[in-house]
Design a protein around this ligand. Structure first.
Ligand SMILES: NC(=O)c1ccc[n+]([C@@H]2O[C@H](COP(=O)([O-])OP(=O)(O)OC[C@H]3O[C@@H](n4cnc5c(N)ncnc54)[C@H](OP(=O)(O)O)[C@@H]3O)[C@@H](O)[C@H]2O)c1
Length: 249
């Protein structure tokens, strides 16, 4: 799909990977809406950078751990942008928890932010796109890209709630690819170590890099390239690209 003249919504687009994806969409020609929860200042900076590229941009506050109103959010983006063609579900939390110390509270927050919000946003987006097609926009195309994690398919014994919610996201990618075809392609990107957790220093990166076949961690630009490939394709759906340097093997 040609992104010029199209509009995308990137959740968690204010900072880090979500921000890189939002800017990547804008550089490819799309107008971009981002959501943020706590990073209000960073959201404004990302919006300014997108506008400096000559694209339209807005930021919307949405706390996915609460009832955030997915239909109203999609309606608001369409109202501001005139259309919506791409949904990137990137916002997520990543908190530790083993089998015996994962709390119900942590479980509920991971599943709300990392799985429930992407599903109900996809539902709202799907209703909007299918509605546009039913209203006469034959041939309309759209994409959902879910930012997953390779841990979802090669689970370990740590980060239980995170891993299980991401595993749900991978299955959701396949189910929605079937349910929303042919108008909407639904794919995922599974990053490896791209940006270390805030506060992790050079020693963390060196230690992790030694465990990766590529012998280095990845970069946000490599994730953005994978997202843009999926958006460019008119035929790939229900699939997931690993951007891990081989770590998932
Ligand atoms: N970083 C990596 O190397 C890596 C590796 C594998 C997979 N991933 C996946 O890639 C995606 C982005 O990763 P990242 O490291 O850039 O994430 P991050 O730095 O942890 O940022 C998390 C994002 O999620 C948003 N968020 C957190 N709680 C929220 C809530 N309650 N409601 C709405 N939004 C909320 C944050 O928004 P605010 O800041 O506005 O609160 C922020 O934009 C995630 O899906 C992650 O699982 C990342």
């Amino acid at each position: 799909m040609e992104l010029r003249g199209r509009a995308g919504l990137v959740t968690g687009g204010a900072i880090r990977l979500g921000r890189a994806i939002a800017l990547g969409l804008a550089r490819a020609g799309a107008d971009v809406a981002i959501t943020y929860s706590s990073s209000a200042d960073a959201a404004e900076e990302t919006v300014s950078e997108i506008r400096a590229l000559g694209r339209r941009a807005i930021s919307l506050r949405a706390d996915f751990s609460a009832d955030f109103g997915p239909d109203a959010l999609v309606t608001k983006v369409v109202g501001e942008m005139g259309r919506l063609d791409v949904l990137v579900n990137s916002a997520a939390i990543f908190e530790p928890g083993n089998w015996d110390d994962t709390t119900e509270e942590s479980w509920d927050r991971h599943f709300a932010i990392n799985l429930k919000a992407p599903f109900f946003l996809s539902q709202a987006f799907g209703r909007y796109v299918k509605g546009a097609v039913a209203a006469g926009e034959a041939g309309r195309r759209a994409h959902i890209v879910n930012i997953a994690d390779w841990r979802a398919v090669r689970p370990g014994t740590d980060h239980f709630a995170y891993t299980l919610a991401k595993a749900g996201l991978v299955t959701m990618t396949q189910s929605l690819a079937l349910a929303l075809a042919p108008e909407i392609q639904v794919n995922a990107v599974a990053p490896g170590i791209i940006l270390p957790p805030p506060g992790a220093g050079a020693a963390f990166i060196e230690r992790k890099a030694a465990l990766i076949p590529a012998q280095r961690v990845g970069s946000p630009a490599e994730v953005v390239k994978a997202v843009l490939y999926l958006l460019d394709s008119d035929f790939v759906t229900g699939d997931m690209i690993y951007v891990t340097g081989g770590e998932h093997l």
